[in-house]
Design a protein around this ligand. Structure first.
Ligand code: SF4
Length: 124
C-alpha cells in the first residue's frame, strides 16, 4: 500500500531549474533496478555500493552527485531509472510492514515542477 502524505495534482520535472536536486548520491536500488541497469552494459563495480549500516544497495557518488547524472544534469539512464527516481516528485519517508508493506511518500520540498505539466499521479 502506498500512502501519500500530500497530493500533487500536476507535476513536470524541471530539473534544470533546481539543479536536479533530487539526483543526490546514495539513491537506493532494488534488485530489479540493478538487473535493468546491468543489462545496459554497466559493471556492478561501476555504479553499485552497499551502505555498511543497513546493507542497503545504492548508487555510487560521482563528484558529489548521482553516478548516472550527465554533464547537462540529465539522467543518462532515463528509460531505465531506479524505482525511487520513478516515484518523483515524491520521496519515500517510511516503509513499514504489516499484512502488506506500507510505503509513505511526501512531495519533494520546493520542487519547481509542482503544479505545472499534465495532470498526473506520478512520473510515468
Ligand atoms: S538515476 Fe537518474 S534520475 Fe535517478 S538520481 Fe540518478 S541521475 Fe537522477
Amino acid at each position: 500500500m502506498i500512502h501519500i502524505l500530500e497530493n500533487v495534482d500536476r507535476w513536470k520535472c524541471e530539473y534544470k531549474k533546481c539543479n536536479a536536486k533530487c539526483c543526490t548520491p546514495g539513491i537506493p536500488l532494488t534488485i530489479a533496478d540493478i538487473k535493468r541497469i546491468k543489462a545496459l552494459g554497466y559493471a556492478l563495480d561501476d555504479f553499485l555500493e552497499s551502505a555498511e549500516a543497513n546493507q542497503e544497495l545504492r548508487i555510487k557518488d560521482k563528484n558529489g552527485r548521482c553516478f548516472f547524472q550527465g554533464e547537462k544534469l540529465e539522467c543518462t539512464i532515463r528509460e531505465n531509472e531506479p524505482l525511487v527516481c520513478r516515484l518523483l516528485p515524491f520521496k519515500i519517508t517510511e516503509v513499514s510492514y504489516a499484512d502488506e508493506p506500507i510505503m509513505r511518500l511526501k512531495p519533494v520540498v520546493d520542487c519547481p515542477g509542482k503544479g505545472s505539466g499534465k495532470k498526473s499521479t506520478g512520473r510515468k
